[in-house]
Design a protein around this ligand. Structure first.
Ligand code: C5P
Length: 296
């Protein structure tokens, strides 16, 4: 086989709402969440090589530990199980990283999901969407959503997905402090607090159908915030600044440490980003919600 490449865009996600509903026997937590893709993307180039083996280039995050590498390995193993020619392939992954790590934005999971999509295209679609979804679930709690993208309801550990009405296009100001938060650590602190809760899916369906950014912004909620604020108190100040600056609503994404604000428009977003900059907070991105997964 000659060398073939494809470049795909791997979008980050935010959680418009997240409630932890129980701790499970396996140590994981059941949750309910509203996932939303945003336009902050990593670029993932996947090349089929003549020489065998998998390589993953991603700066400091290169090598076998990268979820994208693990996704490629799972894909190859699945090819072997099903006796497909992809089992003999050499695969090179090169990731241009824009999504910050330990941010609650699913950057690693999105790269992994993108590798699965890219490989399925490069091998002329040997696997159904459901098979790819099973492989994605093995890559971590957020990878299943990242394979689907858009606006989704997530249950279980976040891997049981249901389509929600697509959110309206919203301008989002993202803020990521230099320190990140480990998901495991956020859940550990959460267990000390131990306040379980639930979301109302019907309410979210109605909110999204109504397409009103202001009411969506008013209903943002994340029960992991309290734990994350304990781990990284500077997040409290960031959220306050976003709200005082005029965001329609602000919330930490996932298990943090990124915090996002829904802004009226790009100009307002720039104004608030400048306000943050004046306070010494420089890690900001002005992005949009997005409901399509595009190739590069
Ligand atoms: O799924 P992922 O590898 O991203 O999860 C990292 C860690 O976060 C898990 O090992 C677990 O400690 C915690 N976690 C959890 N409940 C979830 C998702 C993650 O307790 N639903």
């Amino acid at each position: 086989m000659g060398e073939k490449s494809i470049e795909v865009l791997a979008p980050a996600k935010i959680n418009l709402a997240l409630a932890v509903s129980a701790k499970r026997a396996d140590g994981y937590h059941s949750l309910e969440t509203v996932f939303q893709s945003i336009s902050l993307v990593d670029r993932v180039k996947v090349t089929l090589k003549k020489s065998r083996g998998i390589s993953c280039f991603c700066g400091d995050l290169s090598g076998e530990k990268n979820l994208a590498y693990q996704a490629a390995r799972l894909f190859v193993e699945q090819c072997q199980v099903e006796g497909l020619s992809g089992g003999q392939a050499g695969i090179e992954i090169a990731i241009e990283k824009k999504i910050p790590v330990q941010a609650g934005l699913a950057g690693g999971s999105s790269d992994a999901a993108s590798v699965l999509r890219a490989l399925n295209i490069l091998f002329s679609c040997p696997f159904s969407y459901d098979t790819l979804l099973e492989l994605a679930k093995k890559c971590g709690s957020d990878a299943a959503f990242c394979l689907k993208g858009g606006t989704q309801w997530g249950e279980g550990t976040g891997t049981d997905l249901k389509d929600l009405p697509p959110a309206p296009e919203m301008d989002i100001l993202l803020v990521k402090p230099s320190r990140g938060i480990s998901t495991a650590e956020a859940f550990r602190i959460y267990d000390e607090i131990g306040e379980y809760s639930a979301l109302n899916m019907d309410l979210w369906v109605d909110l999204l159908k109504a397409q009103d950014r202001k009411t969506i912004a008013m209903k943002l909620s994340n029960s992991l915030e309290k734990a994350a604020f304990r781990l990284l108190p500077e997040l409290i100040g960031i959220k306050e600044l976003l709200l005082r600056g005029g965001c329609l609503g602000a919330l930490m994404s996932g298990s943090g440490s990124a915090v996002f604000g829904i802004v009226q428009n790009q100009d307002k977003g720039k104004e608030i980003a400048e306000l943050l900059m004046a306070k010494g907070i420089s890690g900001t991105w002005l992005v949009k919600t997005t409901n399509e997964l595009r190739l590069g």
